[in-house]
Design a protein around this ligand. Structure first.
Ligand SMILES: [Zn+2]
Ligand SMILES: [Zn+2]
Length: 170
């Protein structure tokens, strides 16, 4: 029968035994290589969702769209995010999903919809107020719209010969 001691078979590559381990729902048994691939995919998705898609050091910490200098932090999962410099608004005033904090270890974390202490401030991702970004939703807080307009004015002043930045897809 052999139904009890059959080695796990990797759902990804069908390798049996070896490093194949049950990884829990919804993944099932996966070998080390496939598991690493799955985790990378998850991290990539999170990075895309959160905007943690900045280039790592030693490349400059400027936005690749508007070229303004940003504060660059490593995220909790090894990706990099550009946070808007010199701006730390009350967290409640920033839409959920765009609230970042910088941890004591220097890594930036998107706090999602976690309840924050009264009076907490947060950082915001630069892409939210990048003048080259996609059109902001109509319910975007006024402060963020103003900040984006300000960035647009700064770009026009710093790069006068380039004209207004092209509208990207953000
Ligand atoms: Zn595998
Ligand atoms: Zn930008």
């Amino acid at each position: 029968m052999g139904d009890t001691f059959e080695p796990h078979v990797c759902l990804g590559c069908e390798t049996a035994g070896g490093s194949v381990t049950e990884r829990g729902l919804p993944f099932g048994p996966l070998c080390e290589a496939c598991w690493t691939g799955v985790q990378n995919t998850i991290d990539n998705k999170q990075a895309l969702d959160e905007g943690a898609t900045a280039t790592p050091p030693p490349s400059p910490s400027t936005c690749r769209d508007c070229e303004l200098d940003q504060d660059r932090y490593e995220s909790g999962y090894g990706r990099w995010v550009l946070l808007e410099p010199r701006y730390a608004p009350p967290a409640y005033s920033v839409p959920v999903g765009h609230r970042w904090i910088v941890r004591a270890d220097g890594r930036a974390v998107n706090v999602g919809d976690a309840a924050l202490p009264r009076g907490a401030v947060c950082r915001i991702p630069h892409r939210l107020v990048c003048p080259c970004g996609a059109r902001l939703p109509d319910d975007t807080p006024r402060a963020l719209v103003v900040l984006r307009d300000l960035n647009r004015a700064v770009v026009a002043r710093v790069f006068p010969h380039d004209g207004p930045p092209a509208t990207g897809t953000g």
